[in-house]
Design a protein around this ligand. Sequence first.
Ligand code: THU
Length: 128
Amino acid sequence: MNDALIQAAIEARQFAYAPYSEFRVGAAVEAAGGEVFTGCNVENASIGLTTCAERNAIAAMIRGGETKWTRIAIATENGARPCGACLQVLQEFASDPAQCRAILIAGETPVADFKFVELLPHPFESRG
Ligand code: THU
């Protein structure tokens, strides 16, 4: 698949700062307005301060003036699914969890395309 969103996630992965785990992650979110925002994981010697690629992409989206996403592409070496913390943050800004898609990429190859609700069927919601 030669989707610009997929290429953006693969490109973002090149910038991952992951000297501790050596597990590089790139993420690209497509905002409801069509614009694409990217992030990579940024590790730290104080391991708990590491930030994930997905959450960094969401932060870039918010900075870009968008508050809803419709698709996310996540590039790793093995097509890993996003962690629970990232899923909860993605939930916050999902335009419609039943329609939003999460595309997983292993190396350069898309290997899965989930509805977001399949990955996080029971999110935390403070308002019920
Ligand atoms: N990581 C992400 O960037 N996204 C996830 O959803 C899970 C994990 C990063 C954090 C750390 O730099 C490396 O992958 C190994 O856990």
